[in-house]
Design a protein around this ligand. Structure first.
Ligand code: AMP
Length: 294
């Protein structure tokens, strides 16, 4: 395994892999502080692709003023040890100026869907995400790039970006990995106090209760929002930022629900830590796409 810090080296290694060796490349973009959620993506990339690149880059452009960019957990030594075990070929861990060189002034904005949910609470967040993903895809030019359903809106924004700008990369979105308690695994779970950790699984329980209600015939989006909101707010450490029920592809807000794929997404504070989670209703599992190797 090689750790690469320079974009030129990364591009040239990837170019050789494609042209001279005719091998497929899988890219797993991360911000490091790796956990089982990230590793599930790495495992799938390893299974599907000849060469696996994991990027580790805490992207300043996707953090707003007053957010946790400075204190976001970073531990490249531990990440490297984990990725060695997973037989990854390259870690791409550039310094900020390698991604955003002096005079950087070009940003990518996926309009509409970037302004809702997380985008409404975190203005500019998805502009930062779309921009860094564009840069990473251009440097590595992977055949496949792997993302987690945990960040549902991010996955939707990236699929749209790749389609609209005609990137030659297939985007794969893998299921959310959870603790036994149901809590979605996240690097930000490191911020949770022991009491917060006890409280945090309420988010998943609330989403599961709403899903159950839908299965039992509830078709009012407002009712499902109420179920999720009231369960989280009944937890003394819980405070809801938003709960939304939308079309899972377009993020169009829905009132009366039908049989199309629907996304219930939530952002909530547990203590002072902001967590996100979601669940899909009527989702189609595309297992055949995930297993294809070209
Ligand atoms: P991050 O380092 O938080 O930017 O996450 C990097 C990638 O890992 C993103 O595609 C996330 O959606 C994905 N990811 C993070 N947590 C999980 C999880 N619990 N299950 C599945 N994927 C995850």
């Amino acid at each position: 395994m090689e750790i690469i810090n320079r974009r030129q080296r990364m591009s040239s290694v990837a170019r050789k892999t494609r042209r001279e060796q005719d091998r497929t490349i899988g890219l797993v973009p991360t911000m490091g502080a790796l956990h089982e959620g990230h590793l599930s993506l790495v495992r799938e990339a390893r299974r599907m692709c000849d060469v696996v690149v994991v990027s580790v880059f805490v992207n300043p452009a996707q953090f707003g003023p007053g957010e946790d960019f400075e204190r976001y957990p970073r531990d490249l030594t531990k990440d490297t040890a984990l990725l060695t075990d997973y037989n990854v070929d390259y870690i791409f861990a550039p310094p900020v100026e390698e991604i955003y060189p002096k005079g950087f002034s070009t940003y990518v904005n996926v309009e509409g869907i970037s302004d809702q949910l997380e985008g409404a609470s975190r203005p500019g967040h998805f502009r930062g995400v779309a921009t860094v993903v564009t840069i990473l895809l251009n440097i590595v030019r992977p055949d496949f790039a792997f993302f987690g359903q945990k960040d549902a809106q991010q996955a939707i924004v990236i699929r749209r970006l790749v389609r609209d700008l005609a990137f030659d990369t297939e985007i794969l979105v893998l299921p959310t990995v959870r603790e036994d308690s149901g809590l979605a695994i996240s690097s930000r779970n490191l911020y949770l106090s022991p009491e917060d950790q006890q409280a945090a699984p309420v988010i998943h329980r609330a989403l599961a209760r709403a899903k159950e209600a839908y299965k039992e015939g509830e078709r009012s989006a407002a009712k499902l929002v109420d179920i999720v909101r009231s369960m989280i707010e009944a937890e003394p450490r819980g405070r809801v930022d938003y709960v939304s029920v939308t079309d899972a592809e377009t993020l169009e807000r829905l009132e009366k629900l039908d049989d199309r794929p629907i996304l219930i997404a939530v952002a909530a504070y547990i203590g002072t830590t902001r967590l996100i989670d979601n669940t899909l209703l009527n989702s189609v599992k595309k297992k055949d796409v995930i297993t294809a190797k070209v």
